[in-house]
Design a binder for this molecule. Structure first.
Ligand SMILES: [Cu+2]
Length: 402
């Protein structure tokens, strides 16, 4: 078979052959039905063309018992065959192995990434991997230029072992579908519900995972990978605290932005506006004016709300241009209306109020914890973001925006 979709050349799970058999039975019965209806139809249309048939030759046939029995029994038999193969393969797919004899991995699908959480290992460590997938970059000859984010975004499993996936999506997310062509396996992942799917991989290797839900913009880029390892290699990793069996994943700011899917909504290198603002610059003049006018109470700073209408008119314009410009040059006198909370330097007085010119760690923590809804749109919350990753991202963004 051709390799148009990665994975169809492999049958890498125990039930792949069953599913494939059901597919081929359906396929050939459909071909037979199609030909047995369409070929006679074309022939009859030609043979009984109005020009060739005289009215007096037309006979009124009331019924034909043999024919009626045949066209009842043959389709019934065909349906029974379809039902048999559909039912038996579905039974294999839907009969979960015992949890005590399986590895149970929690899977979360969200816009636009897959995340995996393993059970605690002997030393109590819980592996949490997965994240937004960034394709490897290849040159024309197929040589790998950049590895992409595959190492950390993959789901690692041992060969010849039952794996049960307990899958869900966050309540405010959308439906996704976890699809592994090489396993002939697909299951919906639904917000606020848990769906289960199991598999037992029979061949060591790497297989694409795709989101097969095509109702939104980026499902088709929701790739991940299942890496099937020899048992010993899997166990060694599982019992370690290493991020992946291929070693620790670098926790540099730029790698983290990729992995958490920030770059799907934010440009980092350029000032381009995507779904969210570019993270190369902090606030635009329009954003500052909007907050001065309307106030804001979204980010959960201890100080609470920033009141609206502290300044207006030309003062507001001047302050907004000054803040958006990174507070360079002469400070407008009216900025005194802001400095009591944001500080003379606009950096938020050690986390009391938001840093207005940079992405410091307190600002990022507040944004990750509460999400951010403003004049541009809505940024989802990342409540589980670890401290060390927040500081790495802050450090990177601070440097990047200078
Ligand atoms: Cu999806």
């Amino acid at each position: 078979m051709s390799n148009s979709l990665q994975g169809f050349d492999a049958r890498a799970a125990t039930f792949a052959a069953d599913v494939e058999q059901a597919f081929w039975v359906n396929f050939w019965i459909s071909i037979i039905l199609f030909l047995s209806v369409v070929v006679p139809m074309i022939y009859f249309a030609w043979k009984y063309n109005a020009n060739k048939v005289k009215n007096e030759d037309i006979e009124n046939v009331t019924h034909n018992t043999a024919l009626e029995i045949a066209w009842t029994l043959i389709p019934t038999a065909m349906l029974m065959v379809l039902f048999y193969f559909g039912y038996t393969s579905m039974q294999v797919l839907r009969t979960m192995p015992a949890e005590s004899e399986s590895i149970v991995v929690k899977v979360e699908g969200s816009k636009w990434k897959w995340r995996y959480e393993y059970p605690a290992n002997a030393s109590g460590h819980v592996h949490k991997i997965g994240g937004a997938f960034e394709k490897p970059k290849l040159d024309e000859k197929g040589k790998v230029l950049e590895k992409g984010s595959m190492g950390i975004t993959a789901l690692y499993v041992p060969v010849n072992t039952n794996v049960i996936l307990e899958m869900t999506a966050p309540k405010n997310d959308v439906i996704h579908a976890f699809y592994v062509p090489a396993f002939r396996m697909k299951e919906d992942v639904v917000p606020g519900r848990t769906t289960k799917q199991w598999f037992n991989a029979t061949e060591i290797g790497e297989y694409d995972v795709e989101c097969a839900e095509y109702c939104g913009t980026d499902h088709s880029y929701m790739y991940s990978r299942i890496v099937v390892l020899p048992k010993a290699e899997y166990d060694a990793w599982f019992n370690s605290t290493e991020d992946t069996p291929k070693g620790n994943y670098t926790k540099t700011g730029d790698a983290l932005l990729l992995r958490h899917g920030c770059t799907q909504c934010h440009a980092i290198e350029t000032g381009e506006m995507k779904i969210g603002p570019s993270l190369k610059t902090r606030l635009s003049k329009e954003q500052v004016l909007d907050v001065i006018k309307n106030g804001q109470n979204k980010l959960g700073y201890d100080m609470g709300a920033m009141p609206g209408g502290l300044v207006a008119g030309a003062d507001a314009e001047e302050i907004a241009a000054y803040v958006a410009g990174g507070m360079k040059g002469q400070q407008p006198a009216s900025f005194s209306a802001c400095s009591s909370c944001h500080g003379e330097d606009g950096k938020g007085m050690g986390g009391m109020a938001p840093d207005l010119i940079g992405y410091d760690a307190p600002l990022l923590s507040h944004v990750f914890k509460n999400g951010k809804e403003g004049m541009i749109g809505r940024m989802p919350a990342y409540p589980d973001m670890p401290e060390d990753e927040i500081s790495a991202i802050a450090e990177y963004l601070e440097k990047n925006s200078k």
